[in-house]
Ligand binder design. Sequence first.
Ligand code: ZN
Length: 432
Amino acid sequence: MPDIVSEIASYLRRLFPICRSITGEGNRETLRILQELVPLKVLEYPSGQKVYDWTIPREWNIRDAWIKNASGEKIVDFQRSNLHVVSYSIPVHARMKKRDLVEHLHFREDLPSAIPYRTTYYKENWGFCLSHDDYMKHFRDDETYEVFIDSELKQGSLSVGELTIKGRTDKEYLISTYICHPSLANDNLTGPVLTAFLARELLREKTNFSYRVVFVPETIGAIAYCANNEEAMKRIGTGFVVSSVGGPGKVGYRQSWQKDSVVNSVIEETFREKGITDYKVYPFDIHGSDERQYSSQGFRINIASINKDRFYDYPYYHTSLDDLDFVSAENVAFCLDLHVAALRSLDRNIVYRNLSPNCEVMLSKHGLYETTGGGQLPVFGTRNRQDLILWLLFHCDGTKSLWEISRLLDMPVGPLFDLAEELAKRNLLVES
Ligand code: ZN
């Protein structure tokens, strides 16, 4: 059996060249490949469908695109990098001078060897992206260029991958990632790859909670998914957006919109358990990724993200330099491990109710009283097992999760998970 790092590496390599966008065959091909790992259902939402304040756009597909110079030589070629074409470019075939062409050319003087990534989803336009080096080398004022974009915009659909993993209870967590970026590695091919491996891991475990795992094009896909699954999504309280998880930089996490929400402390505790002390913390921001939709007023899901080189934070962001040399499968595997550990904690974050709320439980009757009466002294700061049993019975009133109780007790949650399970087996606590 191949080790997970080489498995991840092979999926990164296979998926990287595919031209993805917010719709189109590239997205379906991506989901088909990920179906090798997990049984994703592919949902298709039709062009023109109203989804809240938005409308699903026409489906975009592209076969080829280039710019030729006067001697017929291709100086910009989509076949060499799909970043060369502005995503959602309308078809064009024309001859033009540099002065007319230049408004359709995008490059970055500050990063002269990089091809930038540009899109024009909601404004009919076309364009090419190229490195500033190539622009300086190939474009002259007196020359006429032939431009060609063989693309198509049609009434089609927007594709979403979905997997629902049934746990012991119907309470769900959301795991969402986006599949709309073409050949860009950290942001965001590493996202869907990690998510597929994470889903495979969850499928292998017997989980307490259920999991809704979605692969959507960013923004419009998340909006479309919310609109088409409104009731289910409104029941979800917590989740992750998986993005930018393969870069060489520091580990960090973006907090969910409620700073004191459980998911944020779960992540911090996970980092602590893994010995990660030097990490970045990003507060919730209105310019984030799909948590903008999931945390909006109607849904208010607490969405956090664990990153390694978060988007915006590295200079190669949204350029051809964010490629397979920038990321590594080891980094993705490392972040996968963090996601798995954080979800294992969340999966045990159950809300219990004390079945005997009226006065104290008689511990000795249940074999939980450790010594002869009178010998126990309350010791602050070093609570023993019996103290914790009493605290659990005191706090478990059907409203507080074990994480919340651990914070009230100012202690790590781990011992409470085990103890609560034991009390549930003895019919002293019940999940509520
Ligand atoms: Zn991006």
